[in-house]
Design a protein around this ligand. Structure first.
Ligand SMILES: NC(=O)c1ccc[n+]([C@@H]2O[C@H](COP(=O)([O-])OP(=O)(O)OC[C@H]3O[C@@H](n4cnc5c(N)ncnc54)[C@H](OP(=O)(O)O)[C@@H]3O)[C@@H](O)[C@H]2O)c1
Length: 245
């Protein structure tokens, strides 16, 4: 296999899986990154244009390992979607250093290092695009979300300098800032602690309803493609109108 690929992190679940499925359905090459090798194999094992990279993005050699998976099969990088992530809510006084380091490693340090790797390469395609996934948590005052919000804030801080440095090389970098998306992350975190009535009350503050992985994949696809060829360094809020309420 050769040609250009899109690296999708978080490809074993939720938004990352929806993005990878969309690209593969069009016959594009994808490097699918997540920790769970069995899930990646189940989702992508029979797909001829997918390469599975079971990599823990918390590990110091994560970028080197993802780079090795790319080089093994593909010539160039056309896209990078960073949708891996996790939440670990805790009141400010109970945030563990280790958890905060893990959050920063996965959400912010990995994309910083990966974009750095990309900046040193000459083998990215012309018109390559990166899309980083952020959260409204970085803009709101949800109690118990300080460490996660700080990590997402770091992603948004990275966005514009990275976009400025990479623009002369023909690489665009944008971010999507998401409200609630109905994925295993949301289901396994705050939704699991809420009554159905509490979930409905939160949904009522989303005029267009909660997001789905497919709706978010539409937005990410826009930033990956030609239709956004003149846009870089931008954060687009996709929140079903939540900020209007
Ligand atoms: N869902 C929401 O309401 C919402 C709202 C705002 C922003 N976001 C953001 O959207 C992104 C996608 O979230 P989602 O809702 O799709 O969550 P999800 O369904 O839980 O998927 C998270 C993905 O990240 C991967 N991942 C987690 N830790 C990893 C690590 N250390 N190394 C490699 N991969 C790791 C998981 O795979 P493995 O477990 O196999 O490693 C999984 O594929 C995240 O950045 C999240 O913060 C989500």
């Amino acid at each position: 296999m050769s040609g250009a690929c899109t690296v999708v992190t978080g490809a074993s679940s939720g938004i990352g899986a929806a993005v990878a499925a969309r690209l593969l359905a069009r016959g594009e090459n994808v490097v699918a990154v997540a920790r769970r090798a069995d899930v990646l194999a189940e989702l992508y094992g029979t797909c001829p244009t997918a390469v599975c990279a079971a990599v823990d993005l918390e590990s110091p050699d994560a970028t080197a390992r993802v780079a090795a998976a790319i080089k093994e099969r593909f010539d160039t990088v056309r896209g990078f979607v960073h949708a891996a992530g996790f939440v670990s809510p805790a009141p400010l006084g109970l945030v563990q250093d280790e958890t905060a380091h893990r959050l920063f490693s996965v959400h912010a340090l990995f994309p910083l290092q990966f974009l750095g790797w990309l900046a040193k390469r000459t083998n990215h395609s012309d018109g390559a695009a990166a899309v980083l996934v952020s959260s409204l948590a970085a803009h709101e005052g949800d109690c118990g979300n300080a460490a996660y919000a700080a990590a997402k804030g770091a992603v948004e801080g990275l966005l514009r300098p990275a976009a400025a440095e990479l623009a002369p090389r023909g690489v665009r970098v944008n971010a999507v800032v998401l409200g609630v998306v109905d994925t295993p992350m949301a289901q396994g975190s705050w939704m699991a602690r809420c009554t159905p009535e509490q979930i409905d009350a939160r949904r009522a503050r989303y005029p267009l309803g909660f997001g789905t992985p497919e709706k978010v994949a539409d937005v990410i696809d826009f930033f990956l493609g030609e239709a956004s060829a003149w846009i870089t360094g931008q954060c687009l809020v996709a929140d079903g109108g939540h900020q209007l309420t």
